[in-house]
Write a protein of this length. Structure first.
Length: 141
């Protein structure tokens, strides 16, 4: 299988500092691949909160993650402070992508990731339109 290579956007609009917890460490003594997904989820929740929305209250709809790509670069260890930067990309009529750079304190890139976020109506069980007011705000970021 070919190695995935993500292209890093030029403009990031949010960052969060998170310390690696002991529960993030796997049997190999470093952060497990599943925990990178948890770390970017935490950063995404903080990003959305800064914009007065959440995954469940995104205007009159909710958000679901339709896909995720993670490119691992370097190991992370217990206690490492990491900075996770977020960029909003690929806005559509029903969602957007978030791009993440997970960096060690010394600015070494440990992982790159991209998540597809889709607006969703849980009551109707179907994809919904991107709320116009939030889309407008995100386009200005």
């Amino acid at each position: 299988m070919a190695r995935i290579k993500l292209s890093v956007p030029e403009h990031f609009i949010f960052s969060a500092k998170i310390n690696i917890r002991i529960s993030d460490i796997n049997y190999g003594g470093h952060v497990g691949n599943d925990k990178i997904l948890s770390l970017i989820h935490e950063a995404r929740v903080l990003f959305l909160k800064e914009h007065q929305v959440s995954e469940l209250k995104f205007g009159e709809v909710s958000l679901i993650m339709s896909n995720v790509v993670i490119e691992f670069k370097k190991e992370l260890f217990y206690g490492d402070p990491v900075l996770i930067k977020i960029a909003v990309t690929e806005l559509t009529n029903v969602g957007f992508e978030l791009f993440y750079v997970v960096m060690k304190d010394d600015e070494t890139i440990a992982a790159l990731a991209r998540t597809g976020m889709v607006c969703y109506d849980y009551e109707a069980k179907k994809i919904a339109s991107f709320p116009a007011d939030i889309k407008s705000r995100f386009q200005r970021l």
